[in-house]
Write a protein that binds this ligand. Sequence first.
Ligand SMILES: Cc1cc2nc3c(=O)[nH]c(=O)nc-3n(C[C@H](O)[C@H](O)[C@H](O)COP(=O)(O)OP(=O)(O)OC[C@H]3O[C@@H](n4cnc5c(N)ncnc54)[C@H](O)[C@@H]3O)c2cc1C
Length: 380
Amino acid sequence: MADRSFLSWPFFEDRHRDHAERLEAWCAQNLPVAHDDVDQACRQIVAALGRDGWLQPTAIDPAAPGPLDVRTLCLTRETLARHDGLADFAFAMQGLGTGAISLFGTPQQREWLEKTRRGAAISAFALSEPRSGSDVANMDMSATRDGDDYVLSGEKTWISNGGIADVYTVFARTGEAPGAKGISCFVVPADTPGLAIAERIEVVAPHPLARLSFNDVRVPASAMIGKPGDGFRIAMSVLDVFRSTVGAAALGFARRALDESLARAGGRELFGAPLFDLQMVQGHLADMALDIDAAALLVYRAAWTKDSGAPRVTREAAMAKLYATDRAQEVIDKAVQLHGGDGVRRGHIVESLYREIRALRIYEGASDVQKIIIARQIAT
Ligand SMILES: Cc1cc2nc3c(=O)[nH]c(=O)nc-3n(C[C@H](O)[C@H](O)[C@H](O)COP(=O)(O)OP(=O)(O)OC[C@H]3O[C@@H](n4cnc5c(N)ncnc54)[C@H](O)[C@@H]3O)c2cc1C
């Protein structure tokens, strides 16, 4: 059983503790699901999470809009990640894909949230392009005004849920100014003519991922979220909320790796005694526990700060994401080592954690980019 002592930290309220305990029980009953067909698995997970109410925190309630509860988002991701990486992914994307609508959408755009919160629609966040991943402000995709419409042309790549999403929030250049100030954000239903899946992308920890092509995709001007030129600011505001939750997912993976390692160290006999009795093994386990607690403090500090009303948590969220994902990689690597050959056996839980963690240090701002963000924040 994973360490639950952090739930008594003052960052949380009773409703968070209750949420975490109920979700834990749900996960034990419903996860993991078979991953043979990731598209099908994701649809199944979204439907189950939606049916039982777990997707409600991913977006604001359109009937009673209020702030997103980042602590609940983090606790949910941590818990799901500990049980099934694909379940964490499916939950996270419902939030990231609709974040711009939650934060800045019109009542008409927010009608999507009623569907995504009950698992009746799947959402995606389309920011990255072949030439502009880290260098977001350099994007090429254009959105040109034509009467009452905008016409979108170009490509997006690395889009999670690409291929299974019902709705995309898409960032494109409208050209009010060069660079970051000339980008706008649009709600684009997946069945809009001209929007196609150009390529399905396979990665080390499989999940639905695609390159999208936009060939004169026509949307009404009312599909724009915010004002012309607001797109970059909107994207950064969404990442400000969801970046800490990437750290929370890493924390879930790391906790699972420690749990598996403790069980292994207690159950495996070597040199006439449990593996745990070797002091160097104890040293590894202690390092893992320390990394996990330090990461948890940073993740829940960022979440609590945002929930306490801070307009931006750029520094806190960058620290949480950077530290939690980098340390989780170390923790999981130690778990693989402690498992010996089983650690690299295909299908073993620590082998899958080893694959799952890697992309978290790249997406939503690579670790190197987080360091630059932190340095700029502490210098101001
Ligand atoms: C599994 C997965 C899922 C993804 N899902 C989505 C999604 O749903 N929506 C979406 O829009 N995008 C998504 N992405 C894209 C992701 O955000 C980009 O891959 C990421 O921003 C890096 O961009 P890039 O791949 O073009 O690498 P590049 O921008 O070419 O960067 C390569 C490397 O250069 C280094 N680097 C970059 N900038 C700096 C810097 N300023 N200083 C120092 N070093 C630097 C980093 O080590 C970085 O990893 C996903 C990516 C992956 C792998």
